[in-house]
Design a protein around this ligand. Sequence first.
Ligand code: ADP
Ligand code: MG
Length: 633
Amino acid sequence: MASKIHILKAELANKIAAGEVVQRPASVVKELVENSLDAKASKITVIVKEAGKSLIQVIDDGEGMSPDDALLAFQRHATSKIATAEDLEAIRTLGFRGEALASVAAVSQVEMKTRQTSDEMGFFLRIEGNELKEQSKVAMEPGTMVVVKNLFYNTPARRNFLKTRTTELKNITDVVTRMAIAYPEVAWQYTSGDEELLDLRPKSADERLKDLFGDRQAESLVKVRESTDYLAIDGHIGRPDFARKSRAEQFLFINRRFVLNRAINHAVFQAYEHLLDKGMFPFYILNLTLDPHKVDVNVHPSKMEVKFENESNIYRFVLTTVRRSLASNDVIPALSMQADATLRQMDERLRFSQPGPPSASAAPSQPEFAGRTAPFSFTPGEGLDQVDLEKLFGKIERRLGKEALRKDGEATFPADLQRVTPPSSDRVLQHRPMRAPGEKEPAQEGRAIWQIHRKYILSQVRTGLLIVDQHVAHERILYEQVLANFENNLPTTQQLLFPQTVQLTASDYSLVKELQPHLEKIGFDVKMFGKNTVVIEGIPADVRVGSEAEILQNVLDEFKNSEHSGTIDARDKLAKSFACKAAIKAGDSLSTAEMIVLIDQLFATQMPYVCPHGRPIVVKITTEELDRRFGRT
Ligand code: ADP
Ligand code: MG
């Protein structure tokens, strides 16, 4: 009887393998660029069209291949990087599995040109569906060029699975950005369609950061550097006041390979405890260097995950180092003395000579000392009396709220709050005296109104007391105003006397480009300047002059952050992001006139009780309720 088991044809086997290695255009870019880096290229060019769906081209000046090797390279399990099982234990190259080119060729039409320096001519080959269609000699400079056309042309399910062009391009940009961070000595050129997104000269790591993230961001970073016999850490972390609302700017590299690792991510986050507002994530770029024997990168075909031999020790090393960097850089001056003492104690225990706790998996979620000796968490009874505690917390709070850093009493809201009202929207324009629904008569002018804790507005109304959260109130007003702008096409822009040039990351640049028509309707006058630079020429009427770049960046972050929150309408998402970021904050002090206008405008909105994100805006305590509580009835 014929056997029922048979070996899959190479073509089919490769297609199956491709499912793991090549999930999207960005995976192809990653694999090809890794090959270029492994070939010791000093210049790498990435060109994509239609977010990589129609074309991905990677050109390098690396060591190239002989014609025989070029043909072999497309076989599955064909690699020059490892030969023995021992080699697998100590991977020093980015690739080693020998399946990238075979996988890519299985799901696309591939052309390759390659030449070794020692050869006079280069070699050209064309492969389609794993079949060699063409080969010839070509004249070319040493190096390798790979062209991948029509990705997933023969796997329609995969092709249909791809996200929007914007998302796929963002994924590619992320890949190139990560590589450019990790390999500053390499020159990078990255083009999408006819737009050049990156053009980076070889630089020092620090200079490369400036090129990628802009001077302002780079200057806000704190240097991290520490090493033991076992492990070294090198990189930058963001000051707490530069934290972002999304994790998009957290870069972890192990031996220069970008990886995702929850434990280390958590260690960094933990080091910031109390320094970040809820929902905020620190910016960081950290490279850990350790003996390749101590880390397994062969956990998943995409090699984005790694396993450490000694995860809990690494966790603590990262936590301590990041904490110390924060403390020594005066990010938390009031606490540094206490912090130093505790860090020294922790240090003693962190010498890696001592065997770490046996359980590697227990560490990340519950680091042993996170609660006990964390230097910045105080519990009464630790020798600090209540007064000291208040002082300390007061200081921390002040450092936390950037807004609160302004001088006492200084109005932080635009003096002329009338500007909040766009002439276009008559609904918001009505400056009628405050009247909460249910109130028959408008309240008196010169009414009783107070701000408490620079956060809430208290106001007497006829039937009792209103407590309004100033931030969400303003958020509601701005949100409805922006929606009205989208409908009426009448933004109110204040042109800037001094247009602001802002450097964005490549992916933010693409986002601005995509959102530009909407941003315009909100009142942003933003010109795309190329090279990831935009020029802000005008801003919405209610944005504080001077903070335009910050607001734009915050709006972009917020927008990215809400990407998965279920809102599909980009305009609505943008309106929410803008409202949230442009609104006055807790900590802004308001004059009586400002409070009155704010409350009036709030009650002119369609939904004065709930902010666009669903938080309550107004709490009302009726006089009856007060009477009852004071035993008057
Ligand atoms: P791996 O990178 O895991 O070895 P790949 O399928 O990505 O497997 O590549 C197969 C082989 O082709 C590599 O081991 C390398 O020898 C060669 N190769 C691929 N790309 C390049 C390149 N850009 N320059 C020089 N050699 C390359
Ligand atoms: Mg490879």
